[in-house]
Design a protein around this ligand. Structure first.
Ligand code: AMP
Ligand code: ZN
Ligand code: FE
Ligand code: FE
Length: 280
């Protein structure tokens, strides 16, 4: 009956629920172990671990790093990392600083489009240092400029939309190296985001050569044939299999902790191989 959820966001990055809330939702969804994978930050982990302890849910320290992949992004999840590692903290501060350079430029573009909002409003809504486009989307929603976060992305924030500003990002090899340096296990997030011209097999083969250890086979929006195809890639390349919901709360209202859009079931048996890789 119980399940895993190895991809969750909290208020420490762009999720709308606190780590304590996320753990409570996980308990209701019969999740036995989970990973908090906030963007560019490990600051939510102490609260999550404490909440997990009181509910009897294992909390695996995690992170999600964005990297540049041609015109799009490739996200790397990191599991079981030494989250107190000083070099890791230094790298994360660098990514957070890049966000503080980019976000005001997005605000300027929105202002030029006649939208009245300030970066202070976004910062106060976010309440943390890993501020991203979903926070801007929420302020646009609260001020009535859009009727959903999706509309905010489609009209203004998505790649190529009216107020888009690219963020300075590392390459995938660098993101993988940062996780490895903190003794974490690097995993390719939501491979379906990449499924365009290049095959996932080729991409994973290339990333494995620079240290990739796994692939997020189970994911909220994967159709059964996608899950099967990624599982096949994992087997052929001897990559670990992981899975998670990518829960964000209000900016992805259709995705719930543990069950995604209702169909997600990440098998508990995936956890031990991941743990073993981390202790090897
Ligand atoms: P950022 O880290 O500021 O670049 O924001 C990236 C985050 O925005 C992603 O992790 C997604 O959660 C969210 N996001 C990106 N594109 C969209 C979209 N088209 N609709 C809704 N959310 C999106
Ligand atoms: Zn996010
Ligand atoms: Fe992601
Ligand atoms: Fe995510």
């Amino acid at each position: 009956m119980s399940r895993l959820d190895l991809h969750l966001h909290t208020t420490f990055s762009d999720g709308s629920r606190t780590p304590t809330d996320v753990l409570a939702l996980a308990g209701k969804a019969q999740v036995s172990a989970l990973a908090i994978t906030d963007h560019d930050t490990v600051a939510g982990l102490p609260e999550a671990i404490a909440a997990g302890r009181s509910l009897g849910i294992e909390v695996i320290p995690g992170i999600e790093l964005s990297s540049r992949w041609g015109q799009t992004e490739l996200h790397i999840l990191g599991y079981f990392l030494d989250w107190n590692d000083l070099e890791l903290q230094r790298q994360l501060t660098r990514f957070q600083d890049a966000r503080h350079v980019r976000n005001p430029r997005i605000i300027e573009k929105l202002n030029a489009l006649g939208i009245d909002l300030t970066y202070d409003e976004v910062r106060s809504l976010a309440g943390n240092d890993s501020i991203g486009r979903p926070h801007i989307a929420r302020v646009l929603l609260e001020k009535g400029y859009v009727t959903s976060a999706k509309e905010a992305f489609d009209r203004y924030l998505a790649d190529g939309a009216a107020a888009h500003v690219p963020r300075e990002l590392p390459g995938p090899a660098e993101a993988i190296a940062i996780i490895r340096a903190a003794r974490g296990i690097p995993v390719l997030a939501h491979p379906s985001w990449l499924d365009r011209s290049e095959g996932i097999y080729k991409i994973c083969e290339q990333l494995k050569a620079v240290g990739l250890a796994g692939i997020e086979v189970h994911y909220s929006s994967h159709r059964p044939e996608q899950t099967a195809a990624y599982l096949d890639v994992a087997r052929r390349l001897d990559l670990l299999v992981t899975g998670g919901s990518d829960f964000h709360g209000v900016t992805k209202p259709d995705v719930e902790v543990g069950v995604g859009r209702g169909q997600l079931k990440v098998p508990e048996a995936l956890l031990e191989p991941l743990r073993k890789a981390a202790t090897a």
